[in-house]
Design a protein around this ligand. Structure first.
Ligand SMILES: O=C(O)CCC(=O)C(=O)O
Ligand SMILES: [Fe+2]
Length: 283
């Protein structure tokens, strides 16, 4: 249920009480504890509080963050051996959490992914926030398709490599998505997590919870353009065949600074494969 849908259930009394608590500087945890002891369920109490925080322009309290996928790159690791396949660590950033990998896929794997996806491409759709369904969107002018998880030996090998690299079970990932951008095509800046405010989100979350991480693998090198951009931190990641950019977000909030987009392809074309990682098993 979204905060907006819940709005109808907030009585004037409760609204006044919540506003008074916040105005008096009470801590959100204490307000929630008081609501809990008067019989409120945790999720409903949090939603009511979030709504009043939004109405009064206060920073919105978020549910506690859970674990996120993370590669083992402590102690200056330069190359990770993933079942005999060496993956180089080219860049790491803390906020947003971004890690750039070199040589995650071999050239042959990139070529095979392109050839297996090409006959199945259709204009990319994005999730419609109101319904949880999907539709063609002008902000995303690429063609795309989804592979089923584990649908071929190639897909299985790549998914297992990603799971090992990011310490996240294969079953907690969505099927691999392939996008094809022609010259001029782009994917405007967006967040990959599902916006908790939107009414369609509940249906999407039922299949495995939130997205908590993204791995974008470059399947070719565009002649010019097509970098993955992170506007909050003015970072541009060049799309180089076989490399992959990983980012994680421990909450569905812009404070993770994971706003990102696929910049316009200036010359040539661009192919990527995206793996989204969920909080739990994706069904
Ligand atoms: O094409 C890119 O560089 C970014 C793709 C992306 O943001 C996505 O697939 O969610
Ligand atoms: Fe994205």
């Amino acid at each position: 249920m979204s905060a907006t849908a819940h709005a109808q259930h907030i009585t004037d009394d409760l609204r006044q009480w919540l506003r008074a608590q916040l105005a008096a500087g009470c801590r959100a945890e204490d307000v929630l504890a008081a609501m809990r002891s008067s019989g409120w369920a945790d999720a409903a109490a949090l939603q009511a509080l979030q709504q009043i925080q939004q109405e009064t322009g206060q920073p919105v309290l978020l549910p506690p963050s859970g674990p996120v996928p993370e590669p083992a790159i402590g102690d200056g690791v330069t190359v990770i051996d993933v079942a005999g396949h060496p993956v180089r660590v080219l860049l790491a950033m803390k906020l947003p959490r971004v890690v750039l990998f070199g040589g995650l896929l071999s050239d042959a794997e990139c070529d095979a992914l392109i050839e297996e996806s090409r006959p199945r491409l259709a204009r990319s759709e994005t999730v419609v926030n109101t319904t949880g369904g999907s539709e063609v969107n002008a902000a995303r002018t690429s063609d795309g398709m989804f592979f089923g998880r584990g649908e071929s030996p190639l897909i299985q090998r790549i998914e297992q490599r990603i799971a090992t690299l990011l310490n996240w079970p294969v079953a907690w990932g969505e099927g691999l998505q392939v996008l094809h951008y022609r010259p001029g095509a782009e994917y405007r800046p967006h967040h990959d997590y599902f916006d908790p405010k939107h009414s369609g989100t509940a249906a999407v979350l039922a299949r495995g919870g939130q997205r908590v991480g993204t791995l974008v693998m470059y399947l070719n090198t565009p002649e010019r353009g097509g970098a993955t951009t992170f506007p909050d931190v003015a970072l541009e990641v060049a799309a180089i065949k076989g490399n992959a950019v990983f980012f994680s977000y421990d909450r569905a909030h812009a404070s993770t600074r994971t706003l990102h987009g696929g910049g316009p392809v200036v010359a040539g074309e661009k192919w990527v494969a995206t793996k989204w990682l969920r909080e739990r098993e994706f069904t």
